[in-house]
Design a protein around this ligand. Structure first.
Ligand code: SAH
Ligand code: SF4
Ligand code: F3S
Length: 431
């Protein structure tokens, strides 16, 4: 077998980071990274099963890849990630040209599988995952993903993740801290701590304790995702407000503004619980950005209940929102619930919700006009390669005129104009 790999990545940041880990393992074994799938000897699909659309995207790309294998039979195809875990051997039935199937808890086995027989499946539960130290081949030399825990115990009734990522296990804090110290020494400016529910981290310390230890490494910026509203403690809020390197942004999925739906979803909080915590955060940190996830059209959601979600958005005034149409996932509790909402109704709710939030986001962003923000410069702007781009501590994208040599540094930018998805500004100083 030749020695180059191409990876398609779908889904969340955990998958993005798992792809970095698989690439790291393969590069260590002498693999090169192919620029295009047509040139690769090994093609990996690191898949997502969160909604039907995500699965479909993968399957249609997999279908196109069959042609590559037809022309060049030596190419090996692996399917990893959450669809691999969900379907196991079933992948071969649907796509007989696939060679390997490995679930998200078993990515360390990719080199062994390649060296083994012609076909392989590895979807076992792996309780040792928190002790693994896989060497990631990172996409960025400025910002790094760092796993702090794996799996999820929450079993929200709509969600496939507990079935694909297994039970919660936390990585020991010492190993997290030494990874971050090493990143700091190599010039990294920002880390994002990853887990399905980071605030239920339970290593040899709790999540606020972990943040204190990470803050002490001196890494300039610390972010984390995702947090669960139920586990957002006073201690965590205090740490957020006090630690200098922890950024003023919290992604806190609300999912619905209606208590009956939240109950059916098994979320473990009411709208008032959530709104109270949001208010407390904004009182402690006026500059904090709050972002959220919403599901519309959960089984049985009435128009009145949908309107409660609309009211919630207007009341809390999120800085940003990801909204999704409920997608039934086989094996989850909501799959068999009565009152499935029609596709047309879901689409209508989604598009009106997006419009409402867009206005709120723009209004929130406008409050930053005229202020000076610390920006970590990341590279050239997507929409205008003549401009540079970066993010504020509150995670907002800022475009401004500057030169390439500022990439990786912190500069002060005065915000001139606020749009929905980005801010435009001018450089005032560097430090
Ligand atoms: N662990 C995180 C992220 C889970 S997946 C959390 O608990 O928030 C990211 C988002 O996808 C969820 O917040 C939810 O809004 C959405 N999601 C999950 N399952 C879904 C489904 N079956 N249909 C539609 N959206 C879903
Ligand atoms: Fe899914 Fe809920 Fe776990 Fe998030 S907390 S991954 S939505 S089960
Ligand atoms: Fe998707 Fe699995 Fe992440 S289902 S969102 S890749 S945990």
């Amino acid at each position: 077998m030749g020695r180059s790999v191409y990876i398609y990545t779908y889904g969340c940041q955990m998958n993005v980071h798992d792809s970095e880990k698989m690439r790291g393992l393969l590069v260590r074994d002498g693999f090169a990274v192919a620029r295009r799938p047509e040139e690769a000897d090994l093609i990996i699909f690191n898949t997502c099963a969160i909604r039907e659309k995500a699965e479909q995207k993968f399957y249609s790309q997999l279908g196109r890849t069959k042609l590559i294998k037809k022309k060049r039979s030596s190419v090996r195809i692996a399917v990893s990630g959450c669809v691999a875990q969900e379907c196991g051997e079933g992948i071969f039935k649907r796509a007989p040209f696939v060679d390997f199937v490995l679930g998200p808890q078993n990515i360390r086995h990719i080199p062994r599988m390649l060296a083994g027989g012609p076909r392989g499946v590895c979807v076992d539960d792996n309780h040792e995952i928190a002790a693994e130290e896989l060497p990631p081949d990172r996409d960025s030399s400025i910002k790094a993903w760092v796993s702090i825990m794996y799996g999820c115990n929450n079993f929200c009734s709509y969600c496939i993740v507990p079935y694909t990522r297994g039970r919660e296990v936390s990585r020991p804090s010492g190993s997290i801290v030494s990874e971050i110290s090493a990143l700091r020494d190599r010039g990294y400016r920002e880390v994002t701590l990853l887990g399905q529910n980071v605030n239920s981290y339970r290593g040899d310390t709790d999540f606020p304790g972990l943040l204190r230890r990470i803050d002490a490494t001196g890494i300039p910026r610390i972010r984390f995702m995702t947090s669960h509203p139920r586990d957002l403690s006073d201690d965590l809020m205090a740490v957020l407000a006090d630690l200098p390197h922890v950024c003023e942004h919290l992604h806190l999925p609300l999912q619905s503004g209606a208590d009956r739906i939240l109950g059916l979803m098994n979320r473990g909080y009411t709208y008032d619980d959530y709104a109270g915590k949001a208010k407390q955060l904004r009182n402690m940190m006026p500059g904090i950005a709050l972002t959220t996830d919403i599901i519309v059209g959960f089984p049985g959601e009435t128009d009145e209940e949908y309107q409660s979600t609309v009211r919630a958005l207007r009341e809390i005034e999120f800085d940003g929102m990801f909204a999704f149409k409920y997608s039934p996932r086989k094996g989850t509790k909501a799959f068999t619930m009565r009152g499935q909402v029609s596709e047309g109704e879901k689409s209508e709710r989604l598009s009106s919700l997006l419009l409402i939030q867009e206005e709120i986001t723009r209004a929130r962003n406008r409050t930053l006009e005229g202020t000076i923000q610390e920006v970590l410069v990341e590279g050239t702007a997507e929409s205008d390669p003549g401009m540079m781009t970066g993010r504020t501590r509150s995670n907002k994208i800022v475009n401004f005129e500057s030169s390439m040599d500022t990439v990786g540094s912190f500069i002060d930018v005065k915000i001139d104009r606020a749009m929905t998805h980005s801010l435009w500004g001018s450089r005032t100083d560097s430090h």
